[in-house]
Design a binder for this molecule. Structure first.
Ligand SMILES: Nc1ncnc2c1ncn2[C@@H]1O[C@H](COP(=O)(O)OP(=O)(O)OP(=O)(O)O)[C@@H](O)[C@H]1O
Ligand SMILES: [Mg+2]
Length: 221
């Protein structure tokens, strides 16, 4: 059912500073959409609004046929756990858990006993089998980010939100991560919304959105 927003506005502070200034957008299921723009243009803010992590000041967001603003806290948590995956510039792996334990956290929260097979397959697919039983501190940055993506994919989310997932990686690891994200979109049908500074990665999307000062100045598809 996709994601759509209408007349989306987000402001912060008092007196309010308007950061997202009336955005209309339609994202279909299975789309790959990139969001680019200069630092401070509102990319992360828009991504958080589209992904239920933040609520608009006014205007509406619909994701999968429902409005996050109208869901109870419990329903929102469940929806996020079951249907949404998040990847950030920093991996936020828990330092005291092994890579495998980190990747299985969402499944454990959801009592999903089948996830282990899927997660193990993802470790192989991403070529990080040897990382499974290590702590995050024992892994390279690229390996850590791949573990974070396994965690994001562990519940087979239908929507994947990535905020500069390659921002801390060298070009080799960036390419690996982008190939994984593209594969999740193309082969598994996950809707992918990617914030990136890299024009080459933005261009991998079917639909490119350029933000300037909180408004969409250009789209390309
Ligand atoms: N919680 C907040 N409180 C106050 N201001 C905020 C908040 N979140 C974002 N802003 C402001 O909104 C503007 C846009 O921030 P945002 O993080 O969306 O930019 P961005 O395009 O993702 O930038 P970058 O490329 O540096 O990550 C910035 O001026 C920022 O200071
Ligand atoms: Mg940002």
């Amino acid at each position: 059912m996709g994601i759509s927003c209408q007349r989306l506005i987000k402001s912060f502070g008092e007196p309010p500073t308007v950061i997202i200034k009336g955005i209309d957008l339609n994202i279909e299921d299975g789309d790959f959409v990139s969001i680019s723009g200069r630092s401070g243009s509102g990319k992360s803010t828009l991504l958080y609004l589209l992904s239920t992590l933040d609520l608009p000041s006014s205007g509406s967001v619909m994701i999968d046929g429902q409005s996050p603003a109208e869901l109870s806290v419990d329903a929102l948590h469940q929806f996020r756990n079951e249907s949404l995956g998040f990847v950030f510039q920093f991996h936020y792996l828990l330092p005291e858990l092994t890579a495998l334990e980190n990747a299985l956290l969402p499944a454990r929260k959801n009592n999903n006993v089948d996830a282990k097979t899927h997660v193990n397959a993802l470790f192989e697919l991403f070529d990080i089998q040897t990382a499974r039983d290590k702590l995050p501190s024992q892994l390279s940055g690229g390996e850590q980010q791949r573990v974070a993506i396994v965690r994001a994919l562990s519940m087979k989310p239908r929507y994947l939100f990535a905020d500069e997932p390659t921002g801390n990686l060298d070009s080799v690891n960036s390419k690996i991560v982008m190939d994984i994200l593209k594969k999740a979109n193309k082969e598994w049908g996950m809707t992918l919304i990617l914030v990136t500074h890299e024009p080459d990665y933005a261009a991998m999307a079917e639909k490119e959105i350029f933000l300037k000062d909180g408004v969409i100045v250009n789209t390309a598809s």
